[in-house]
Design a protein around this ligand. Structure first.
Ligand code: 5AD
Ligand code: SF4
Length: 484
């Protein structure tokens, strides 16, 4: 879709009779120039959906304004998980919505738009067993960006009892390796220095597109972990993909998210340890520290199995940075269960954490369990988890004071134009003065670091979220790895 050039009607002077929202739109809202507004939505927690309902209320005023002022209709589309989950409700409740497209219906958008052009509402929420959008390469809108995401798989078969994802995103399927490699090569040619492989369960990756690998044996699960589905044999697995992707550009950092802790065979851990450009950073979503709650969540592991995995990961990848997701106040969670989560946070000491209050969705838990933890108790427990997480993360980060960290520069820091901001291998934000530094390549020459450069920074202070330091020299990923 090409953006419309601002027509004279969009610039029309505001007349005294116009209401305040009309004046607001005409002066400040760039979207009045658009013919179509598509909202990409998330359903994972109620708050995300609420934000879209609120946005739709604003858009309804904008749509009326546009019709009145420009005389041409503005089309509004709801895309993604909320469209999948609430198709009927959206179409009936919000008459202003013209298009509803689920996560597997994006190729159908031109047809849906054509139907909408004729004045009818259009919808497609069919889920697919094989859609991976492999042949559609995303357009990088920020020229000269240093980091990019590459989608490698979609969907989820795990059916955790609290989670809507398997219902809105459908069955697990992987993108063919060849098309992933092609995209990463293209990003490398564009100068991108960090790629994050993306999917709901990245490490369950299983490319079945090449016939000769279709009968390969299924790798084992992490010790003490189980699944609700039978082991899936065949296909090229995550270790193979990671190996291939990391060979493309020795100056490109590779990360991946989100993995499931059940799929960490030793070959994946070994590869992360050995390859200098695969970041030593793992997301291990725990969700709870109580075995009783984990069982109700149908996570397929106990507290003990999870802790054993954490120890195994730390033995296999010394210095690995760990992050996790936790849910506070799941159905039936007692004060004792909650304390078990607090103690898990203390035992593991994560570097990064994503903590949420349980939000009831139409899932197995909705049908079989009771959302019996009062809202204020959920909030209090969530705050306690956040406090403990921050204390522990601050301790973990303080241990880096005095160390040298290799930082990929992203740009000026938000707070000061005199400082640069980037991330270390463990994905922690590092801020340092934008000063001239020695260039490791050019015998004593001084250089100023630019976005996309690697800079060795000596850490001087740390908080729970950020490291600060002084830049020592500009270098490369390969050279820095050779020094260690
Ligand atoms: N309520 C709260 N948090 C949830 N998550 C998934 N479903 C819910 C829910 N119903 C969290 C989990 C998951 C992360 C992406 O979102 O922690 O790992
Ligand atoms: Fe949801 Fe992740 Fe569980 Fe899948 S593995 S059901 S995406 S929490």
């Amino acid at each position: 879709m090409t953006p419309r050039s601002p027509g004279p009607s969009c610039r029309r002077a505001v007349t005294p009779g116009q209401s305040s929202w009309m004046r607001f739109f005409s002066l400040f809202c760039p979207s009045i120039q658009a013919d179509v507004i598509l909202l990409v939505t998330c359903s994972i927690r109620e708050k995300a959906e609420q934000a879209i309902w609120n946005r739709l209320r604003h858009l309804s005023a904008l749509k009326a304004w546009r019709q009145q002022q420009a005389g041409s209709p503005l089309r509004i589309g709801i895309l993604g998980c909320m469209a999948e989950r609430l198709k009927e409700e959206i179409l009936h409740r919000e008459k202003l919505v013209d298009i509803v497209a689920g996560p597997d219906a994006y190729r159908d958008l031109p047809r849906l738009l054509a139907v909408a052009e004729s004045g009818q509402q259009a919808a497609n929420v069919l889920l697919s067993l094989d859609e991976t959008y492999a042949d559609i390469l995303p357009v990088q809108t920020s020229a000269g960006g240093t980091t990019a995401f590459v989608s490698i798989m979609r969907g989820c078969d795990n059916m955790c009892s609290y989670c809507i994802v398997p219902f809105t995103r459908g069955r697990e399927r992987s993108r063919p390796i060849a098309s992933i490699l092609q995209e990463v090569r293209m990003l490398s040619d564009q100068g991108v220095k960090e790629v994050t492989l993306l999917g709901q369960n990245v490490n369950s990756f299983r490319d079945m597109s090449e016939v000769q690998f279709q009968s390969a044996a299924a790798p084992g699960l992490s010790r003490g972990f189980s699944t609700v589905y039978r082991a899936k044999p065949g296909g090229l697995r995550f270790a193979h993909l990671l190996d291939q992707v990391s060979r493309i550009d020795p100056e490109m950092r590779i990360r991946f998210t989100s993995p499931h802790p059940k799929d960490f065979p030793d070959e994946v851990l070994q590869l992360i340890q050995e390859r200098h450009n695969i970041c030593k950073q793992l997301h291990l979503p725990a969700q709870s520290g109580s075995t009783r709650v984990l069982e109700a969540m149908r996570r397929g592991y106990t507290r003990e199995a999870y802790l054993e995995l954490v120890h195994h990961v730390r033995d296999s990848i010394p210095g690995v940075s760990l992050s996790s997701d936790f849910i506070a106040g799941f159905c039936g969670e007692t004060e004792e269960d909650h304390q078990q989560t607090v103690s898990l946070l203390q035992d593991v000491r994560y570097n990064v954490g994503f903590l949420f209050a349980y939000s009831m969705r139409e899932t197995r838990a909705f049908h079989r369990l009771q959302d019996d933890v009062p809202a204020e108790v959920k909030q209090r427990r969530l705050q306690e988890l956040i406090t403990v997480f921050r204390e522990e993360a601050a301790r973990a980060n303080e241990a880096m004071v005095g160390q040298c960290q290799l930082v990929l520069v992203e740009g000026p820091s938000k707070r000061s134009a005199l400082e640069l901001c980037g991330r270390n291998d463990g994905n922690i934000k590092v801020i340092f003065p934008d000063a001239e530094v020695e260039d490791a390549a050019g015998c004593q020459a001084l250089a100023r670091a630019q976005p996309g450069d690697y800079v060795l920074v000596k850490v001087t202070s740390a908080s729970s979220q950020t490291l600060r330091g002084v830049p020592l020299r500009r270098t490369t990923l390969s050279r820095s790895a050779a020094c260690h």
